[in-house]
Every structure is written in C-alpha cells, then in structure tokens.
Design a protein around this ligand. Structure first.
Ligand SMILES: [Zn+2]
Length: 79
C-alpha cells in the first residue's frame, strides 16, 4: 500500500468500514510511514473532538476546517 491508497482508506478505517485484510494493510502502512501516521492521529483526534461536542454525525465543513487547523497547530507545536 502506498500513501494515496492509505489516505483514501483512512476515513473508512476510522469508521471501521474496511474489510479485515484492508485494516491489516492500513495498520502496516501507518506503522511504516510517519506522514500517514500523523494524518491518522489528527483525523482520529478530530473525530473524537466532534463526538465530544456535536450530536450530529457529520460536522459542518467550516467547523471541520477550524478543528483540523487547531489540531495541526497543536500537533506541530514544540513540546
Ligand atoms: Zn504513507
């Protein structure tokens, strides 16, 4: 699996909509690839935050953009 394949499946992975063999492939790629793992962590935090603050399943695009921007800043900030 390469990065575009992995990113394409990231949402399905987070939504647990992948087949077991695809889950294995995505996990293997995330272990190998820091870039995709960063994206995965950010998306995972985003989904967790949306679930915390929204009753809706889908966040509005504007809210999504704001949260992802915030998460990326947190993520990139030096500790
Ligand atoms: Zn990758």
């Amino acid at each position: 699996m390469d990065c575009p394949d992995c990113l394409e499946r990231l949402y399905a992975y987070l939504d647990r909509e992948l087949k077991p063999d695809e889950v294995t492939e995505v996990r293997a790629h995330l272990d190998d690839c820091g870039g995709c793992d960063d994206n995965f962590v950010i998306e995972q935090r985003f989904l967790a935050r949306v679930r915390d603050c929204c009753t809706e399943d889908k966040a509005p695009a504007e809210l999504r953009t704001r949260i992802v921007t915030q998460l990326r800043m947190d993520h990139d900030a030096p500790r």
